[in-house]
Design a protein around this ligand. Structure first.
Ligand SMILES: C[S@@+](CC[C@H](N)C(=O)[O-])C[C@H]1O[C@@H](n2cnc3c(N)ncnc32)[C@H](O)[C@@H]1O
Length: 210
């Protein structure tokens, strides 16, 4: 499905606008408990989504590479999922997302269905469990859940990654201690060819299996 599909385009606009409105009004409760995704009110209620430029790039990446098995760690209300699942439709592939908070997972499923992408598989629960039984090979893995779990998720899913797999991770900054072990892994040149790309909201890593 193209991003110009009228129904998808309208839903993306609506969801990006809702995310921006939410960001513009910092809610005290949403700011509390930032550290643990399981009990953080902010993680439970906030979009924390990628920007339009990142979404367009992810969608284009899937289409350009023809990625068929696409997996997302951290779906939230489904904005990035809309970009990835529509691209999966175009390549004849599948999209599997994961979200810990039930209300978010349910909302993401409803939004995807509204966009005509009901086939997207949104798994509710801790991704360390809900993605443990995934059958590969995974062509594209997008990491956007708890930052300290990027490395454990990469290690968990590595056996199922295709030879040509692409791993993209959001919120990449060299000084974030939570992702230091992940950065160490994707910066081993014998294993990954990695670039850091800058978008409006910050950096994303782009790693291709060496
Ligand atoms: C940054 S948001 C994701 C935004 C989304 N990718 C988008 O662009 O629309 C991170 C989400 O990951 C979820 N999350 C964090 N750790 C998780 C885990 N271990 N399993 C499942 N979901 C998790 C959080 O609840 C939160 O909704």
């Amino acid at each position: 499905m193209r991003l110009t599909d009228p129904r998808l385009a309208a839903i993306l606009e609506r969801e990006h606008a809702a995310a921006a409105a939410q960001r513009a009004v910092p809610h005290a409760a949403r700011e509390a408990g930032r550290t643990d995704f399981r009990v953080s009110d902010r993680q439970r209620t906030s979009y924390l989504s990628i920007g339009r430029d990142q979404g367009r790039w992810l969608h284009g990446l899937v289409r350009a590479t023809g990625a068929r098995t696409i997996v997302e760690f951290g779906t939230s209300f489904g904005i990035s999922a809309l970009y990835l699942a529509s691209a999966a439709r175009a390549t004849g592939g599948t999209f599997t997302g994961t979200e810990y908070h039930a209300e978010k997972a349910e909302s993401a499923r409803a939004t995807l269905a509204e966009a005509g992408l009901a086939e997207a598989d949104i798994r509710h629960g801790d991704a360390r469990e809900t993605l443990a039984d995934l059958s590969g090979p995974i062509d594209l893995l997008f990491l956007d859940g708890a930052k300290d779990l990027y490395r454990p998720m990469l290690d968990l899913l590595a056996p199922g990654l295709a030879d040509h797999a692409v791993v993209v991770a959001d919120n990449i900054a060299p000084d974030r201690p939570e992702i230091a072990n992940f950065l160490a892994a994707i910066n081993v040149p014998e294993e990954w060819t990695t670039s850091i790309l800058e978008f409006e909201k910050g950096g994303m890593s782009f790693s291709v299996r060496a």
